[in-house]
Structure formats: structure tokens, C-alpha cells
Design a protein around this ligand. Structure first.
Ligand code: MG
Length: 168
């Protein structure tokens, strides 16, 4: 189906989690050693959670809380890449596939720049696109607000879906 047929779908996702003292965090599917930890039912990977919501939004499939309720013990401490892959199964089932994704992490800590390339590679693997089509940006709030006080981190994600060439 051609793009002119109107199958392009844009989606946006947002997530935030609290920080506490700890031994490290998982962001973008990458473990980062640091003096913080994320408080969450899952592993607290805000980048992946925002990405999942963007995918679900673009496909018209609700949100991550509907698919993976935090009241369900099956999802306790779960690797968020497992959730992302499940979301991708639903996206494919809807006859759609990602064209690209653009993610923004908003965090005063930890410093993620050295990990961005690996994040892109892992997210691209789960999305089934080349890593060049998954962009990961990071910004601080220059010390302002709750993120600046290191009370938490947040992320935004935007994705574009198109009709899958080979619908599963
Ligand atoms: Mg979350």
C-alpha cells in the first residue's frame, strides 16, 4: 500500500519515574552504573515506556498501562525490552511497521551520552529498523524543577508507522 493511501501514523509517548539512591539504572535497554536507581513496578526504563506508548498511540492501541498493568505481578521488575517486543507484535498484527523513532530523555543524572549508540542499536533491533532510524537525545533541565533536583527522570518519544510491507 502506498503512503498516499493514508497509512502513515504518528504517535507520541511520555513517561516519568522517580529516582532514588541505588546501584544503577536501565535506560534505552542499557544498564548504566551510577549512584541512582529507578522506582518502578518494571525496570523503570522510561525511554522504552515512552517508546511503547508512542507505538501504541500510532497504532490506535491504547497505552502501556492497558497492556501491562502495574497491578499484574507478571510485570514486576520485568525487562522493558520484553514489553517493547510484545508491543511490536501488536503493531505488526495491526499491519503496521515503524519507519523511524525519535526519543528524548530528560534527566539531570545519570550521564547517558556514552551509552546512546548502544541504546540506539538495541531499540532498533526490537523495532526491526536500522539503528540510524532510531534517534536518542538527552537533555538536562539545567537544574530546574524536580528533574533538576534529581528526584526523577522523564522521556518523550515520537514514532512514525507505515503499512507493513510483509504483514505478519
Ligand atoms: Mg513507566
Amino acid at each position: 500500500m502506498s503512503r498516499s493511501a493514508g497509512r502513515l501514523r504518528v504517535g507520541h509517548g511520555y513517561d516519568a519515574h522517580r529516582l532514588q539512591a541505588g546501584q544503577g539504572v536501565t535506560l534505552g535497554g542499557v544498564w548504566i552504573d551510577c549512584d541512582y536507581g529507578l522506582i518502578a513496578h518494571s525496570d523503570g526504563d522510561v525511554l522504552i515506556h515512552a517508546l511503547c506508548d508512542a507505538l501504541l498511540g500510532a497504532a490506535g492501541l491504547g497505552d502501556i498501562g492497558r497492556w501491562f498493568p502495574d497491578s499484574d505481578a507478571r510485570f514486576a521488575r520485568i525487562d522493558s525490552r520484553v514489553l517493547l517486543r510484545e508491543v511490536m507484535l501488536q503493531v505488526h498484527a495491526a499491519g503496521l511497521a515503524p519507519l523511524n523513532a525519535d526519543l528524548t530523555l530528560i534527566a539531570q543524572v545519570p550521564r547517558v551520552a556514552p551509552h546512546v549508540d548502544l541504546m540506539r542499536a538495541r531499540l532498533a533491533e526490537d523495532l526491526g529498523v536500522p539503528s540510524a532510524l532510531v534517534n536518542v537525545k538527552a537533555t538536562t533541565t539545567e537544574g530546574m524543577g524536580h528533574i533538576g533536583r534529581r528526584e526523577g527522570v522523564a522521556a518523550h518519544a515520537v514514532v512514525l508507522l507505515d503499512a507493513a510491507e510483509d504483514p505478519i
